[in-house]
Design a protein around this ligand. Structure first.
Ligand code: SAM
Ligand code: SF4
Length: 347
């Protein structure tokens, strides 16, 4: 509708939650499936969702576009493994148009890297400029033990393809006590040589693994990044940095390598006060907070009508219920703080 001040169309009001935070960052899980079975994420005999429950690529595009119209500036595709979804590049290319038009500041994805040899060039051509690649170790045997089905060499080839395609890479490593805590120095050196930033993530109590495929017990793997940072500071000069990527990581610059090191510390440091993001699962369920159960069904309005009125209203209603923060507690007696797997919510 033309406006009195000459603007051709009314710009919809942005999404502001009850605590005054503008919601400008959306993570969308495009599949619950994966070619790896990381011990902290999935059980070995995962049961995946029936196809009819999963949003089609067209539905995912409509959903993302609705968020972009409501002020989303950054969009991250995740999973499961986003690059194992059939025809995923169709969605990436269509969303990339919003980057080209300036409506979207950034389109990015989090991947295990296994399919990057195949897709790195196409991602870059579609408008993706940087990606997060999850890699917890540089040791092939340890890599296989953590991912169960992964092959380190394949990920390394993928990373090389990403570099050649001109994609900036950030490595995400979950800090696992007794598993990779002895090689963090080596990873810093390696990332420095490759020109990759590194972000360390505290293992989070998501999904019930016990008695379900022999999954790992997370409280035994939990490593406080406060302690990790204190230990690294004995050997490295970590300079505070104001760098922000719109995500939850806090960064330092490693003087010796010149690369950034990020810390995502949901347990030892609460980062909720500046939270600007929400997550949507591959079934169209909107989670307003990673650590809370409250959710909104966006699939029903998506499938109910071809227009987006009901969808937009459902998103707006959900944002009015965004909680102030999460409440993760690692305690085996109480079970997992949140009973769903990271691969369902999207990491
Ligand atoms: N498959 C892709 C990948 O691995 O990058 C994207 C999805 S994965 C669920 C996203 C991120 O969540 C990964 O970096 C993974 O290490 C992390 N993750 C999975 N389970 C986790 C847990 N229990 N605690 C902390 N991080 C977890
Ligand atoms: Fe797959 Fe990523 Fe979960 Fe590992 S962390 S099992 S790669 S979804």
């Amino acid at each position: 509708m033309p406006l009195a001040d000459g603007q051709p169309f009314a710009v919809p009001a942005p999404l502001i939650d009850p605590f005054g935070r503008a919601i400008t960052y959306v993570r969308v899980s495009v599949t619950d499936r994966c070619d790896f079975r990381c011990t902290y994420c999935m059980s070995e005999d995962m049961h995946f969702l029936p196809k009819a429950d999963i949003l089609s690529l067209e539905e995912l595009e409509r959903l993302c576009t609705a968020f972009i119209r409501l002020g989303t500036r950054r969009l991250r595709l995740t999973g499961g493994e986003p690059l194992v979804r059939r025809n995923i590049m169709e969605l990436v290319r269509n969303l990339g148009r919003h980057v080209a038009s300036g409506a979207l500041e950034e389109l990015t994805l989090t991947t295990n890297g296994s399919q990057l040899s195949r897709y790195a060039d196409e991602l870059r051509a579609a408008g993706v400029r940087r990606i997060n690649v999850s890699l917890d170790t540089l040791d092939p045997a340890r890599f296989q033990a953590i991912t169960r089905w992964g092959r380190l060499a394949q990920v390394m080839e993928g990373l090389e393809a990403a570099r050649q395609a001109g994609l900036a890479v950030k490595i995400n490593a979950v800090a696992l006590k007794g598993i990779n805590d002895g090689e963090l120095d080596e990873m810093l050196v390696w990332c420095g040589r490759q020109g990759f930033d590194l972000t360390l993530i505290e293992v989070m109590p998501l999904g019930d693994m016990d008695g379900n495929g022999g999954g790992a017990v997370r409280e035994e793997q939990f490593l406080s990044l406060r302690d990790v940072r204190a230990d690294l500071e004995k050997r490295w000069t970590l300079l505070d940095s104001n760098h922000r990527t719109g995500g939850p990581a806090r960064y330092v610059t490693v003087q010796e390598t010149g690369q950034r090191l990020g810390f995502i510390t949901p347990l030892s440091h609460n980062f909720c006060e500046s939270c600007n993001r929400v997550r949507v699962t591959c079934t169209g369920t909107l989670f307003m907070c990673l650590g809370q159960e409250d959710a909104a069904d966006l699939r029903t309005p998506l499938r109910a009508e071809t227009g987006d009125g009901a969808l937009v209203q459902a998103i707006r209603d959900a944002i009015t219920r965004k909680p102030q923060g999460h409440d993760f507690i690692i305690d085996r007696r109480r079970g997992p703080a949140v009973g769903r797997h990271m691969s369902v919510t999207g990491g």
